[in-house]
Design a protein around this ligand. Sequence first.
Ligand SMILES: Nc1ncnc2c1ncn2[C@@H]1O[C@H](COP(=O)(O)OP(=O)(O)OP(=O)(O)O)[C@@H](O)[C@H]1O
Length: 289
Amino acid sequence: MTAQESALTMQDVDKRFGKKKVLDACTFEVATGSITALVGVNGAGKSTLMSLAVGLTMPDHGSISVLGSTPDQDGICPGLSYLAQHKPLYPKFTVAELLRFGAYTNDEWDAKYALDLVGRAGISLDAKAKTLSPGQRTRVALALALGRRPQLLLLDEPLADLDPVARRSVATTLLEDVAEYGTTVLLSSHIVSELADVSDRLLLLGGGNARLSGPLDELIAAHYVLIGDGDPSDVVGAGAVIHTDKGMRSNSHVVEGVRPSPRAGWVIDDATLDDVVLGHLSAETMVAA
Ligand SMILES: Nc1ncnc2c1ncn2[C@@H]1O[C@H](COP(=O)(O)OP(=O)(O)OP(=O)(O)O)[C@@H](O)[C@H]1O
Protein backbone atom coordinates (compact mmCIF):
# COMPACT_ATOMS: atom_id res chain seq x y z
CA MET A 1 0.00 0.00 0.00
CA THR A 2 1.15 3.57 -0.65
CA ALA A 3 1.12 6.19 2.15
CA GLN A 4 -2.29 7.40 0.85
CA GLU A 5 -3.69 3.87 0.76
CA SER A 6 -2.77 3.18 4.38
CA ALA A 7 -4.18 5.44 7.12
CA LEU A 8 -2.16 3.66 9.81
CA THR A 9 1.05 1.70 9.32
CA MET A 10 3.19 -0.07 11.88
CA GLN A 11 6.53 -1.50 10.84
CA ASP A 12 8.58 -3.81 13.11
CA VAL A 13 7.09 -2.29 16.26
CA ASP A 14 8.24 -3.72 19.60
CA LYS A 15 6.54 -2.73 22.84
CA ARG A 16 7.47 -4.14 26.20
CA PHE A 17 6.03 -3.49 29.67
CA GLY A 18 8.63 -4.71 32.17
CA LYS A 19 9.51 -8.27 31.20
CA LYS A 20 6.40 -8.73 29.06
CA LYS A 21 6.85 -8.18 25.33
CA VAL A 22 3.37 -7.19 24.13
CA LEU A 23 4.18 -6.33 20.51
CA ASP A 24 7.01 -8.14 18.74
CA ALA A 25 8.14 -6.77 15.36
CA CYS A 26 4.48 -5.96 14.76
CA THR A 27 3.84 -5.00 11.14
CA PHE A 28 0.52 -4.17 9.45
CA GLU A 29 -1.37 -1.54 7.48
CA VAL A 30 -4.92 -0.26 7.92
CA ALA A 31 -6.40 0.48 4.50
CA THR A 32 -7.75 4.00 4.00
CA GLY A 33 -11.56 4.04 3.91
CA SER A 34 -11.87 0.61 5.54
CA ILE A 35 -13.61 -0.43 8.72
CA THR A 36 -11.04 -2.81 10.16
CA ALA A 37 -11.94 -5.05 13.08
CA LEU A 38 -9.05 -5.55 15.50
CA VAL A 39 -9.39 -8.83 17.37
CA GLY A 40 -7.19 -10.74 19.78
CA VAL A 41 -7.47 -12.61 23.05
CA ASN A 42 -7.46 -10.66 26.35
CA GLY A 43 -4.04 -9.11 26.78
CA ALA A 44 -3.07 -9.56 23.12
CA GLY A 45 -2.14 -5.88 22.89
CA LYS A 46 -5.12 -4.25 21.14
CA SER A 47 -5.34 -1.26 23.52
CA THR A 48 -1.54 -0.97 23.51
CA LEU A 49 -1.56 -0.82 19.72
CA MET A 50 -4.14 2.01 19.81
CA SER A 51 -2.24 3.90 22.54
CA LEU A 52 0.87 3.74 20.33
CA ALA A 53 -1.08 5.09 17.33
CA VAL A 54 -2.37 7.99 19.45
CA GLY A 55 1.06 8.76 20.95
CA LEU A 56 -0.03 8.00 24.51
CA THR A 57 2.85 5.56 24.73
CA MET A 58 5.99 5.20 22.61
CA PRO A 59 7.33 2.10 20.84
CA ASP A 60 10.63 0.56 22.00
CA HIS A 61 11.53 -0.08 18.39
CA GLY A 62 10.04 0.30 14.91
CA SER A 63 8.08 2.97 13.09
CA ILE A 64 4.46 4.12 13.15
CA SER A 65 2.75 6.33 10.59
CA VAL A 66 -0.69 7.84 11.25
CA LEU A 67 -2.16 9.79 8.33
CA GLY A 68 1.40 10.36 7.13
CA SER A 69 2.70 11.65 10.51
CA THR A 70 4.64 9.98 13.30
CA PRO A 71 2.67 10.04 16.56
CA ASP A 72 4.39 11.81 19.44
CA GLN A 73 3.46 12.90 22.93
CA ASP A 74 2.79 16.54 21.92
CA GLY A 75 -0.92 15.86 21.33
CA ILE A 76 -3.20 13.82 19.14
CA CYS A 77 -2.41 13.95 15.42
CA PRO A 78 -4.81 16.22 13.43
CA GLY A 79 -7.45 14.12 11.70
CA LEU A 80 -7.33 11.36 14.34
CA SER A 81 -10.07 10.60 16.90
CA TYR A 82 -9.69 8.01 19.63
CA LEU A 83 -12.36 6.48 21.82
CA ALA A 84 -10.65 4.78 24.78
CA GLN A 85 -11.99 1.56 26.30
CA HIS A 86 -13.29 3.30 29.47
CA LYS A 87 -15.00 6.14 27.48
CA PRO A 88 -13.81 9.05 29.64
CA LEU A 89 -16.38 11.88 30.00
CA TYR A 90 -16.35 14.70 32.57
CA PRO A 91 -18.87 13.30 35.08
CA LYS A 92 -20.41 16.63 36.17
CA PHE A 93 -20.99 17.91 32.62
CA THR A 94 -24.37 17.55 30.98
CA VAL A 95 -24.47 16.10 27.47
CA ALA A 96 -25.12 19.62 26.09
CA GLU A 97 -22.04 20.90 27.96
CA LEU A 98 -19.94 18.04 26.64
CA LEU A 99 -20.96 18.92 23.09
CA ARG A 100 -20.12 22.61 23.73
CA PHE A 101 -16.78 21.47 25.14
CA GLY A 102 -16.20 19.49 21.95
CA ALA A 103 -16.92 22.60 19.87
CA TYR A 104 -14.61 24.72 22.05
CA THR A 105 -11.64 22.34 22.06
CA ASN A 106 -11.63 21.27 18.40
CA ASP A 107 -10.64 23.47 15.44
CA GLU A 108 -12.70 21.20 13.23
CA TRP A 109 -16.15 20.54 14.73
CA ASP A 110 -19.46 19.52 13.15
CA ALA A 111 -21.99 20.57 15.83
CA LYS A 112 -25.04 19.49 13.83
CA TYR A 113 -23.66 16.00 13.24
CA ALA A 114 -22.63 15.49 16.89
CA LEU A 115 -26.07 16.68 18.07
CA ASP A 116 -27.78 14.41 15.56
CA LEU A 117 -25.80 11.36 16.79
CA VAL A 118 -26.81 12.04 20.40
CA GLY A 119 -30.43 12.57 19.31
CA ARG A 120 -30.45 9.29 17.36
CA ALA A 121 -29.39 7.51 20.56
CA GLY A 122 -32.38 9.06 22.38
CA ILE A 123 -30.17 10.70 25.03
CA SER A 124 -31.35 13.89 26.78
CA LEU A 125 -29.06 16.90 26.40
CA ASP A 126 -29.77 17.74 30.07
CA ALA A 127 -28.52 14.38 31.39
CA LYS A 128 -25.32 14.56 33.43
CA ALA A 129 -22.50 12.27 32.19
CA LYS A 130 -22.33 10.48 35.56
CA THR A 131 -25.99 9.41 35.24
CA LEU A 132 -25.55 7.81 31.80
CA SER A 133 -25.57 4.04 31.40
CA PRO A 134 -22.36 2.50 29.95
CA GLY A 135 -24.09 2.13 26.58
CA GLN A 136 -25.24 5.77 26.62
CA ARG A 137 -21.71 6.88 27.55
CA THR A 138 -20.45 5.03 24.48
CA ARG A 139 -22.98 6.80 22.24
CA VAL A 140 -22.05 10.26 23.63
CA ALA A 141 -18.31 9.51 23.41
CA LEU A 142 -18.79 8.35 19.82
CA ALA A 143 -20.66 11.58 18.98
CA LEU A 144 -17.73 13.56 20.44
CA ALA A 145 -15.22 11.47 18.48
CA LEU A 146 -17.13 11.77 15.18
CA GLY A 147 -17.95 15.47 15.73
CA ARG A 148 -14.25 16.13 15.10
CA ARG A 149 -14.84 14.83 11.58
CA PRO A 150 -11.80 12.57 11.81
CA GLN A 151 -10.04 10.97 8.87
CA LEU A 152 -9.06 8.06 11.13
CA LEU A 153 -11.18 6.87 14.05
CA LEU A 154 -9.79 4.42 16.63
CA LEU A 155 -12.47 2.76 18.76
CA ASP A 156 -11.43 0.53 21.65
CA GLU A 157 -14.29 -1.94 22.24
CA PRO A 158 -17.12 0.39 21.23
CA LEU A 159 -19.69 -2.42 21.05
CA ALA A 160 -19.05 -4.01 24.45
CA ASP A 161 -21.67 -2.08 26.48
CA LEU A 162 -24.33 -1.82 23.80
CA ASP A 163 -27.59 -3.76 23.53
CA PRO A 164 -28.17 -5.51 20.17
CA VAL A 165 -30.33 -2.65 18.81
CA ALA A 166 -27.75 -0.02 19.81
CA ARG A 167 -24.99 -2.16 18.26
CA ARG A 168 -26.87 -2.22 14.99
CA SER A 169 -27.39 1.54 15.20
CA VAL A 170 -23.68 2.20 15.89
CA ALA A 171 -22.74 -0.12 13.01
CA THR A 172 -25.07 1.83 10.70
CA THR A 173 -23.58 5.15 11.87
CA LEU A 174 -20.05 3.92 11.16
CA LEU A 175 -20.96 2.50 7.75
CA GLU A 176 -22.73 5.75 6.79
CA ASP A 177 -19.79 7.82 8.00
CA VAL A 178 -17.31 5.76 6.00
CA ALA A 179 -19.53 5.90 2.88
CA GLU A 180 -20.15 9.66 3.14
CA TYR A 181 -16.84 11.02 4.41
CA GLY A 182 -14.35 8.23 3.62
CA THR A 183 -13.41 7.91 7.31
CA THR A 184 -11.08 5.03 8.16
CA VAL A 185 -12.16 3.10 11.26
CA LEU A 186 -10.13 0.67 13.37
CA LEU A 187 -12.29 -0.92 16.05
CA SER A 188 -11.38 -3.57 18.57
CA SER A 189 -14.06 -6.04 19.54
CA HIS A 190 -14.65 -9.38 21.22
CA ILE A 191 -18.10 -9.71 19.63
CA VAL A 192 -16.99 -11.99 16.82
CA SER A 193 -20.51 -12.87 15.65
CA GLU A 194 -21.19 -9.26 14.60
CA LEU A 195 -17.87 -8.34 13.04
CA ALA A 196 -19.11 -9.03 9.52
CA ASP A 197 -21.94 -6.50 10.03
CA VAL A 198 -19.57 -3.74 11.13
CA SER A 199 -16.32 -4.27 9.26
CA ASP A 200 -14.88 -5.14 5.87
CA ARG A 201 -11.34 -6.00 6.95
CA LEU A 202 -9.78 -7.91 9.82
CA LEU A 203 -6.58 -7.49 11.80
CA LEU A 204 -6.04 -10.42 14.16
CA LEU A 205 -3.31 -9.92 16.77
CA GLY A 206 -1.55 -12.99 18.08
CA GLY A 207 1.90 -13.56 19.55
CA GLY A 208 2.54 -9.81 19.47
CA ASN A 209 2.07 -9.53 15.73
CA ALA A 210 -0.56 -9.46 12.99
CA ARG A 211 -1.48 -13.11 12.57
CA LEU A 212 -4.12 -12.29 9.94
CA SER A 213 -4.66 -9.06 8.05
CA GLY A 214 -6.80 -8.36 5.00
CA PRO A 215 -10.29 -8.16 3.52
CA LEU A 216 -12.78 -10.44 5.31
CA ASP A 217 -13.85 -12.27 2.14
CA GLU A 218 -10.24 -13.07 1.17
CA LEU A 219 -9.37 -14.30 4.66
CA ILE A 220 -12.47 -16.52 4.79
CA ALA A 221 -11.71 -17.92 1.32
CA ALA A 222 -8.18 -18.82 2.48
CA HIS A 223 -9.66 -21.25 5.07
CA TYR A 224 -11.94 -24.27 5.05
CA VAL A 225 -13.40 -26.73 7.55
CA LEU A 226 -12.48 -30.41 7.39
CA ILE A 227 -14.67 -32.90 9.26
CA GLY A 228 -13.75 -36.54 9.80
CA ASP A 229 -12.15 -38.98 12.21
CA GLY A 230 -8.88 -39.66 10.37
CA ASP A 231 -5.52 -37.92 10.42
CA PRO A 232 -6.04 -34.50 8.74
CA SER A 233 -2.41 -34.31 7.64
CA ASP A 234 -3.31 -36.94 5.00
CA VAL A 235 -5.68 -34.41 3.41
CA VAL A 236 -4.48 -30.85 4.05
CA GLY A 237 -1.28 -31.04 1.96
CA ALA A 238 0.66 -27.78 2.42
CA GLY A 239 -2.25 -26.30 4.45
CA ALA A 240 -2.10 -25.86 8.22
CA VAL A 241 -4.63 -27.10 10.78
CA ILE A 242 -5.31 -23.99 12.88
CA HIS A 243 -7.66 -25.49 15.41
CA THR A 244 -9.47 -28.76 16.10
CA ASP A 245 -12.81 -29.23 17.86
CA LYS A 246 -13.03 -32.80 19.07
CA GLY A 247 -16.45 -34.42 18.66
CA MET A 248 -17.92 -37.77 19.77
CA ARG A 249 -17.66 -39.40 16.34
CA SER A 250 -15.61 -37.01 14.27
CA ASN A 251 -13.35 -34.00 14.65
CA SER A 252 -13.78 -30.62 13.02
CA HIS A 253 -10.56 -28.95 11.86
CA VAL A 254 -10.23 -25.32 10.74
CA VAL A 255 -7.59 -25.36 8.02
CA GLU A 256 -5.69 -22.47 6.44
CA GLY A 257 -4.76 -23.40 2.89
CA VAL A 258 -6.03 -24.43 -0.50
CA ARG A 259 -9.19 -26.53 -0.35
CA PRO A 260 -8.44 -30.13 -1.41
CA SER A 261 -10.54 -32.16 -3.85
CA PRO A 262 -13.27 -34.36 -2.25
CA ARG A 263 -11.92 -37.30 -0.18
CA ALA A 264 -13.73 -40.42 0.97
CA GLY A 265 -14.40 -40.27 4.71
CA TRP A 266 -14.08 -36.48 4.90
CA VAL A 267 -16.55 -33.59 4.67
CA ILE A 268 -14.98 -30.40 3.32
CA ASP A 269 -16.99 -27.24 4.10
CA ASP A 270 -16.66 -23.50 3.55
CA ALA A 271 -15.31 -21.70 6.61
CA THR A 272 -17.30 -18.86 8.17
CA LEU A 273 -15.81 -15.73 9.71
CA ASP A 274 -16.55 -17.24 13.14
CA ASP A 275 -14.57 -20.38 12.21
CA VAL A 276 -11.60 -18.32 11.08
CA VAL A 277 -11.49 -15.88 13.99
CA LEU A 278 -12.35 -18.37 16.74
CA GLY A 279 -9.96 -20.94 15.22
CA HIS A 280 -7.03 -18.53 15.32
CA LEU A 281 -7.96 -17.11 18.73
CA SER A 282 -8.33 -20.60 20.22
CA ALA A 283 -4.92 -21.54 18.83
CA GLU A 284 -3.54 -18.38 20.47
CA THR A 285 -5.12 -19.22 23.84
CA MET A 286 -3.61 -22.69 23.74
CA VAL A 287 -0.13 -21.27 23.06
CA ALA A 288 -0.54 -18.82 25.96
CA ALA A 289 -1.82 -21.48 28.39
N1 LIG B 1 0.77 0.66 31.23
C1 LIG B 1 1.00 -0.64 31.36
N2 LIG B 1 1.87 -1.10 32.27
C2 LIG B 1 2.14 -2.42 32.40
N3 LIG B 1 1.57 -3.38 31.64
C3 LIG B 1 0.69 -2.98 30.72
C4 LIG B 1 0.35 -1.60 30.53
N4 LIG B 1 -0.54 -1.52 29.52
C5 LIG B 1 -0.78 -2.79 29.11
N5 LIG B 1 -0.03 -3.66 29.83
C6 LIG B 1 0.01 -5.12 29.65
O1 LIG B 1 0.15 -5.36 28.26
C7 LIG B 1 -0.62 -6.49 27.87
C8 LIG B 1 -1.56 -6.09 26.75
O2 LIG B 1 -2.55 -5.25 27.29
P1 LIG B 1 -3.68 -4.59 26.36
O3 LIG B 1 -4.57 -3.82 27.27
O4 LIG B 1 -3.03 -3.86 25.25
O5 LIG B 1 -4.41 -5.89 25.80
P2 LIG B 1 -5.84 -5.99 25.07
O6 LIG B 1 -5.64 -6.88 23.89
O7 LIG B 1 -6.38 -4.64 24.83
O8 LIG B 1 -6.67 -6.76 26.19
P3 LIG B 1 -8.26 -6.81 26.51
O9 LIG B 1 -8.91 -7.56 25.38
O10 LIG B 1 -8.31 -7.57 27.79
O11 LIG B 1 -8.74 -5.39 26.65
C9 LIG B 1 -1.32 -6.99 29.12
O12 LIG B 1 -0.56 -8.05 29.66
C10 LIG B 1 -1.30 -5.79 30.04
O13 LIG B 1 -1.28 -6.19 31.39
